[in-house]
Design a protein around this ligand. Structure first.
Ligand code: ATP
Ligand code: ZN
Length: 294
């Protein structure tokens, strides 16, 4: 790859050029406050406001580039790490690009259990993950490695079952396939070359990037809630919303009432709001958090 123009003093990050991870990766980077162009004709772009160069590549090339040090960082699916086991450091789960590696069979197939796959042919683009799974289950199978369009192989008589990535299962149904078993879940992850933080300079820069990324990730997991509440329920209210620190409390003109602002975890959001209402909170306003640095 021709990279003579790459700046030696910046961090290099490889991302998928065109595919399922591309848009969400670009979104994520922009939410982290990085400004850069994303036109796809270019091999790489420099961020305008951070010493970072972004390389647009095929996702399959990312593990090699990161392992060999052509780039310092990469964003790719955990599935590729599981399959290829490159010698890289995983830094963060990025909470997008969710999908699963699954076994599926034709709808009409009489295979109903993984054990029924004994001595059967399984087509996949994930031969190592497949081999590992069946070995662990002690079920001998014949793995047929395909480079694409795995879903048609059972109908061509090439395979009895497939092992493929899916995010909703609807593509399985569309192809007259039935889910049989999940091998593993995957999401986008940030990986680094094992020596990427060897120099203090690089270590600092990567550290700063990670703070930004974590800021975006925690913002996603929390909501900011503003409400009016009777003063005397405050101790109970604080217990329900441990938030990050203590909530912000300001007096209201109405005697005995206060305005409370606090942070709530997304996963317990509705539960918490119901409890707040039960305590007598009113005028509950929920705001998204753009970034959260703790
Ligand atoms: P490339 O041209 O870069 O090699 P690709 O065709 O190999 O692209 P994509 O299909 O774009 O790759 O998938 C990229 C990643 O997106 C996968 O490795 C996986 O982590 C994730 N992903 C999310 N949803 C799905 C899905 N439904 N099927 C396959 N991969 C998915
Ligand atoms: Zn690929």
């Amino acid at each position: 790859m021709y990279m003579a123009n790459l700046n030696k003093n910046s961090i290099k990050l490889a991302i998928q050029k065109e595919g399922r991870l591309t848009n969400e990766t670009l979104d994520f980077l922009r939410k982290s406050g990085l400004e850069f162009e994303s036109y796809k004709q270019k091999l790489f772009v420099s961020a305008r406001n951070f010493p970072l160069e972004i390389l647009y590549v095929r996702d399959d090339d990312i593990p090699d580039y990161v392992e060999s040090g052509v780039v310092d960082l990469g964003i790719l699916g955990q599935n590729i790490l599981n399959e290829e086991r490159p010698k890289v450091k995983k830094l963060l789960n990025l909470r997008f690009g969710f999908c699963s590696l699954v076994i599926a069979v034709p709808k009409e197939s009489n295979i109903t259990n993984v054990k029924d796959l004994k001595n059967k042919k399984i087509a996949t683009t994930y031969p190592s993950s497949t081999k590992y799974f069946f070995k662990k289950q002690n079920i001998p199978v014949e793995i047929v490695t395909i480079s694409g369009s795995v879903e048609i192989t059972p109908f061509l008589g090439i395979a009895d079952a497939i092992v493929d990535m899916t995010s909703t299962g609807s593509t399985l149904a569309l192809n007259d396939l039935r889910f049989l078993e999940k091998l593993y879940d995957s999401e986008a992850v940030l990986i680094a070359n094992q020596n990427a933080t060897a120099s203090v300079y690089q270590k600092n820069l990567i550290g700063k990037l990670i703070i930004r990324f974590k800021g975006v990730l925690s913002a996603k997991n929390y909501k900011y809630v503003l409400m009016n509440a009777p003063e005397d329920v405050l101790p109970k209210l604080k217990k329900i919303t441990p938030g990050l620190k203590s909530p912000t409390i300001s007096p209201l003109t109405k005697e005995g009432w206060v305005s409370v602002g606090t942070v709530i975890k997304e996963e317990v959001f509705w539960e918490t709001v119901e409890k707040l209402k039960d305590l007598g909170a009113t005028g509950i306003i929920v705001l998204p958090i753009e970034k959260m640095i703790t």
